[in-house]
Write a protein that binds this ligand. Structure first.
Ligand SMILES: Nc1ncnc2c1ncn2[C@@H]1O[C@H](COP(=O)(O)OP(=O)(O)OP(=O)(O)O)[C@@H](O)[C@H]1O
Ligand SMILES: [Mg+2]
Length: 241
């Protein structure tokens, strides 16, 4: 099999504003691929098109050899949006049940997946509460649990750890690495946290709708003569001025 995800010469504008300008990249099965870049760079716009929630103006996106958007492979894509899309009047458990019911899962599988996803994000004890009473971080964690619910081969997580405390953040990253190593899952994350970007196999730095550079964290540090990815980020920005 070829790349898990292929993005070919993708362009996107909103009105007169070009938001993505000729983006091409390949993501291999079993990779953790990070998008970093300043606010407004186009990260969310790009991941939404990879998920199939929006279409490019030009270029193509293939996920598991299917041209996106494509409803057939939603079973294989778990998506966590940047802004939580939850039913506030329902409990955490009811939210998880609802999203689980959208997929081809037996009752027993549903139950097992709900238990797994809730425990992964440390929400097991809060599942009977209404989501309207959740804190910001709890809502974020529930969104992550929902992205994992159908056990998809591909996870696309838009700033998954915003509002999540450091201890849980570490344990979530431990689990993402396990999912990659043991299950061969392909994971895309966007982040503003450079120690998370360090954990990615490949990082693409997006600025003003273009990929400035991509490579392993080490390659990027070498390229920008930087000690860490924070410096890469800042040095790359200076290069644009
Ligand atoms: N539906 C839309 N209509 C008009 N403009 C949009 C729309 N969605 C995004 N944009 C614009 O596209 C640009 C890129 O936005 P995007 O959300 O992709 O950035 P981002 O890199 O995810 O930023 P952040 O780090 O803040 O999440 C911004 O200038 C934004 O205002
Ligand atoms: Mg965004």
């Amino acid at each position: 099999m070829g790349a898990s995800i292929e993005v070919k010469k993708v362009k996107k504008s909103f009105g007169k504003k070009t938001v993505l300008n000729n983006i091409s990249l390949n993501i291999e099965k079993g990779q953790i691929y990070g998008f970093i870049g300043p606010s407004g760079a186009g990260k969310t716009t790009l991941v939404k098109m990879i998920v199939g929630m929006d279409s490019p103006d030009a270029g193509e996106i293939h996920v598991l050899d299917k041209t996106m958007p494509n409803l057939e492979i939603l079973q294989e894509i778990g998506y966590m949006a940047q802004s939580d899309a939850l039913y506030l009047e329902l409990t955490g458990r009811e939210n998880l049940k609802f999203f689980a019911s959208l997929f081809q899962l037996s009752k027993a599988e549903q139950k097992a997946r709900i238990a797994y996803a809730a425990s992964l994000v440390n929400l097991t004890g809060d599942l009977n509460q209404r989501v309207s009473a959740y804190s910001g971080g709890m809502k974020r964690r529930l969104s992550l649990a929902i992205a994992l619910i159908q056990n998809p081969m591909i996870l696309i997580l838009d700033e998954p750890t915003v509002g999540i405390d450091p201890e849980l953040r570490l344990s979530i990253w431990g689990e993402l690495l396990r999912l990659k190593h043991e299950d061969g899952k392909t994971i895309i994350v966007t982040t503003h946290v450079m120690d998370e970007a360090e954990k990615c196999d490949v990082v693409a730095m997006i600025r003003e709708g273009s990929i400035l550079a991509s490579g392993s964290p080490k390659e990027l540090k070498d390229l920008y003569h930087a000690e860490n990815l924070d410096e890469v980020f800042l040095n790359a920005g200076r290069g644009m001025e």
